[in-house]
Design a protein around this ligand. Structure first.
Ligand code: NAD
Ligand code: GLY
Length: 360
């Protein structure tokens, strides 16, 4: 096994490790130490479970362990399926020292983490993320939740995991499109707060596109380090954490306009980041050359940054007004002053946004 990278999310008594390395799902001796009680429920989905569930269950030998395999898809991130997780905990006769393990992408992580936050008013959970997006973003930071018909992630809780186990070998089975989608979130960290990381990504773009093991592990570590720092400073998103939504207001509007499933989250975020960067240039906040640099990097990583054909600027703007970051009906956007320097900007004129959406 190659070296295991470790970093920590520093939250006083709730601090937790993130381990990144090859074969970590098999390395139960490491992650079992984070399990405090006897009852463990592993939650996964129908795509991931056949690949990795047995490995995780083998590591739970001697404990009272059970598993729940949910259908695969964002449309199952619901209260109903959260209820299934809670029923499975009841069937296991899980106590307050129970532990839920989320084995899968962001959908499983958000849902299983939310169920853990509800069971007996909150029990431990471990994140075992198996998509790049989950490894660099959703498994870290304790945002858990489910969707309602009225919108994504409308019901949720801040509930930090006990540990995050990033087994990079799981990426071998991840479809190329899902991998590229995760790279958009990696680029985001460089774009919003780390110009040196951005320059590193430009140097390593070919290696990352080719899924070179070392480059991928380094990108995951640097992304998680960035996110861990933000979460430690602003766990509840009173300020800085909102910057992690760079490109997301445009991106969510694009995802919703296209119907969930047409654009993957990272694909929409890639387009959204370039729109946010170009809008920043339109407003004189940043240089147009920086927006072009961002667009070039995303393109080299295989991500399209063009608005989908037939996009309706006015409809997208209306969808942007539904974003959770908005306050008192006023749009708040994450814009930037250039690579590595994002900021929250309130009251951007609708006309400027519409003009940018029409130019693409
Ligand atoms: P996902 O969980 O749907 O996974 C994408 C696809 O990859 C699924 O079909 C899944 O079954 C499959 N898959 C997962 N791991 C695999 C593997 N190793 N091999 C083969 N197939 C595999 O999607 P995602 O992109 O991981 O996460 C998106 C979700 O994350 C959304 O619900 C979003 O709201 C949420 N999210 C949460 C946060 C947060 O901070 N909590 C942040 C970003 C996104
Ligand atoms: N993905 C944004 C956040 O965790 O805050």
């Amino acid at each position: 096994m190659s070296a295991v990278r470790r970093l920590d999310v520093a939250l006083d008594a709730r601090s937790y490790p993130i381990w990144i390395g090859r074969g970590l799902l098999r390395d139960a001796a490491r992650w079992r130490a984070a399990i405090r009680g006897r009852h463990v429920l592993v939650v996964s989905n129908a795509t991931v479970a056949p690949l990795y569930l047995d490995t995780v269950l083998a590591g739970l030998d001697g404990l009272q362990a059970a598993s729940l395999v949910l259908p695969d898809g964002e449309q199952y991130k619901t209260l109903e399926h959260c209820g299934e997780v809670l029923e499975a905990l009841a069937a296991l006769k899980a106590n307050r020292d129970a532990c839920v393990i989320a084995l899968g992408g962001g959908v499983v992580g958000d849902l299983a983490g939310f169920a853990a936050s509800c069971w007996m008013r909150g029990v431990d959970f471990l994140q075992m993320p198996t998509t790049l997006l989950a490894q660099v973003d959703s498994s870290v930071g304790g945002k858990t939740g489910v969707n309602l018909p009225a919108g994504k992630n409308l019901v949720g809780a801040f509930h930090q995991p006990r540990a995050v186990v990033v087994d990079t070998d799981t990426l071998a089975s991840l479809p190329a499109r899902e991998y590229r989608s995760g790279l958009a979130e990696v680029v985001k960290y460089g774009a919003i707060g780390d110009a040196a990381f951005f320059a590193w990504l430009e140097r390593e773009a070919d290696a990352l596109a080719a899924r070179d093991d070392e480059a991928v592990a380094e990108a995951i570590e640097r992304s998680c380090r960035h996110k861990a720092g933000v979460v430690a400073r602003d766990e509840r998103e009173d300020g800085e954490r909102a910057l992690l939504n760079f490109g997301h207001t445009f991106g969510h509007a694009l995802e919703t306009a296209g119907g969930y499933g047409r654009l993957l989250h990272g694909e929409a975020v890639a387009i959204g980041m370039v729109l946010a960067a170009a809008l920043s240039a339109d407003l004189g906040l940043a240089a147009a050359a920086d927006a072009e640099r961002l667009q070039r990097l995303l393109g080299r990583l295989g991500l399209s940054t063009a608005l989908p054909d037939g996009s309706d600027a006015q409809a997208l703007l209306q969808l942007m007004y539904l974003d959770k970051k908005n306050l008192s009906g006023q749009l708040r956007l994450i814009l930037w002053r250039g690579i590595g320097a994002a900021e929250i900007v309130a009251a951007v004129a609708d006309a400027a946004i519409l003009q940018r959406l029409r130019r693409g």
